[in-house]
Design a protein around this ligand. Structure first.
Ligand SMILES: *[C@@H]1O[C@H](CO)[C@@H](O)[C@H](O)[C@H]1NC(C)=O
Ligand SMILES: *[C@@H]1O[C@H](CO)[C@@H](O)[C@H](O)[C@H]1NC(C)=O
Ligand SMILES: *[C@@H]1O[C@H](CO)[C@@H](O)[C@H](O)[C@H]1NC(C)=O
Ligand SMILES: *[C@@H]1O[C@H](CO)[C@@H](O)[C@H](O)[C@H]1NC(C)=O
Ligand SMILES: *[C@@H]1O[C@H](CO)[C@@H](O)[C@H](O)[C@H]1NC(C)=O
Length: 249
């Protein structure tokens, strides 16, 4: 009796050990005792390790210096960062020439549009209030899907699921997206939901009279606000100068 109990116990505890150890090694972000990794976070290293982000990495490190900027911010920011990483497939699905048509400056804007200047867990994105500020001049909108831990991100031109965390530990969250997040401000709105003609190589580009179709954005509002302020300030300064002139003469 007693010995069979002992044997049972032994089997049970060794089974527990077997269950435990692979789980520990599998977990990428273990609930480890160490609160923070020893070295500085290597953002492009995380992408490289995940293995389907070569275009994104190339844009971040070769075409632009945005990766450096992100590394610096990770090192200094107290708020952390959230990055949406489009897969190579996402870039391949862009219309031919989309990236090449952008100046370096606009490529930087496009990349910074994928970065939020704050760490957001997936759960916190479900309830965040829209639009959410990005590192570019335009915001992103997030919609939580009921009864799931899933979130859609929307630019106004593109909507896609935020579905896989490559890394999620403050101060850095990196989520996979299967579409490149195109800001309407950089890309003229295409014919909505229509089938884009396959012969996209012609640079005719279509109507440029449709710029009024741009959606009103906060950035535009603040721009015009800033211009209004400058105008007001200029008027006041000008008025004072005229008064001074009258006084002197
Ligand atoms: C970060 O990772 C990349 C790719 O694995 C590597 O080339 C680079 O040297 C690493 N940088 C640092 C600071 O460790
Ligand atoms: C991070 O910041 C510290 C000082 O705050 C600096 O010594 C270190 O070189 C920085 N590391 C990187 C990778 O920028
Ligand atoms: C984002 O959300 C805000 C607030 O709900 C809304 O006013 C705006 O139109 C939305 N923008 C897009 C592109 O969906
Ligand atoms: C989320 O985005 C996908 C497109 O990727 C769309 O099919 C789906 O309807 C969206 N869901 C919600 C709740 O907006
Ligand atoms: C279309 O845009 C080009 C440059 O973007 C400009 O030179 C041309 O005048 C525009 N045409 C019309 C009809 O607005």
């Amino acid at each position: 009796m007693a010995s069979s109990h002992f044997v049972l116990l032994a089997i049970l505890s060794s089974a527990l050990l077997v269950v435990h150890s692979p789980a520990g090694t599998l977990a990428q972000t273990p609930a480890a005792p160490a609160p923070s990794p020893p070295g500085p976070l290597n953002f492009t290293g995380i992408l490289a390790k995940a293995g389907q982000y070569t275009t994104f990495i190339h844009l971040l490190t070769v075409e632009t210096q945005v990766a450096k900027q992100i590394d610096n911010q990770l090192n200094t920011s107290t708020e952390g960062l959230t990055v949406f990483a489009p897969t190579d497939n996402a870039f391949n699905n862009l219309k031919a020439g989309t990236l090449n048509s952008l100046s370096t400056e606009k490529q930087v804007q496009l990349l910074l549009f994928h970065v939020l200047p704050k760490y957001y867990s997936l759960q916190s994105l479900v309830t965040v209030s829209n639009p959410v500020r990005t590192q570019a001049n335009y915001g992103l909108n997030f919609t939580g899907l009921a009864n799931t831990n899933q979130v859609n991100v929307s630019t106004g031109l593109v909507e896609t699921l935020v579905n896989n965390a490559l890394y999620q530990q403050s101060p850095l969250a990196v989520y996979q997206v299967d579409k490149v997040l195109l800001p309407p401000e950089l890309f003229e709105a295409p014919a909505p939901a229509g089938s884009p003609p396959p012969t996209s190589t012609a640079s005719s580009g279509g109507s440029n009279s449709t710029t009024t179709a741009k959606s009103p954005t906060s950035s535009q509002n603040t721009d015009s606000g800033a211009n209004g302020l400058k105008f007001w300030y200029g008027s006041v300064v000008g008025g004072v100068a005229i008064c001074m002139g009258m006084l002197i003469s």
